[in-house]
Ligand binder design. Sequence first.
Ligand code: AR6
Length: 191
Amino acid sequence: MAGSEFHVGRTKVCLVQGDITDMDTDAIVNAANSTLMGGGGVDGAIHRRAGPRILEECRRIRAEEWPEGLPTGKAVITSGGNLKAKRVIHSVGPVWRGGSQDEPKLLADAYRNSLRLAVSNGLKSVAFPSISTGAYGYPIEQASRVALNVIREFLEREDKLERVVFVLFTKEDLEIYEKAAKHLCPSERQP
Ligand code: AR6
């Protein structure tokens, strides 16, 4: 697989091109919407491959915890159904509305809350898609900087994860993330 990697503390951060539904990390993160009832893009691909069980779990989460829908920036966890990953973390990124509607904070929340759930469930590895940069229209150069910065900040304080992977769908998207990673302050990156 094409890509690159670096460490933050003890955690390896990998940037790869691929399909997130192929990942064998403990969890994969879904770029969901607040209904949790599926959709297109990553969400559609995950539900297709995971099978009906996770939709059933999402229905239960909606009924018991989030009857009005999962708010933007929050995350919930289900099993992985038929996926290689044992769990799916469903998180809702912000719709891009020009950048003045708290989009960077909400995007950072989506990543941070997903990481928190991974740690609180004892997981060691987690794979993320590029949340919000498809149907939700967040410019990927800006989103990649938010994503990598929040992950760095989180991993500097928390050393329980062994591996965090970003799975970018296209070569162009991978290159944008690799460029953003190079611009993380050098003292914050270890080879
Ligand atoms: N593996 C990895 N990345 C993928 C895959 C895949 N299988 N499929 C698409 N991408 P999106 P959003 C990339 O639209 O912007 C859904 O309908 C894609 O190229 O999946 O957060 C939900 O139900 C893009 O770079 O998520 C919501 O309604 C990135 O994943 C809404 O879309 C995110 O694209 C969420 O929109």
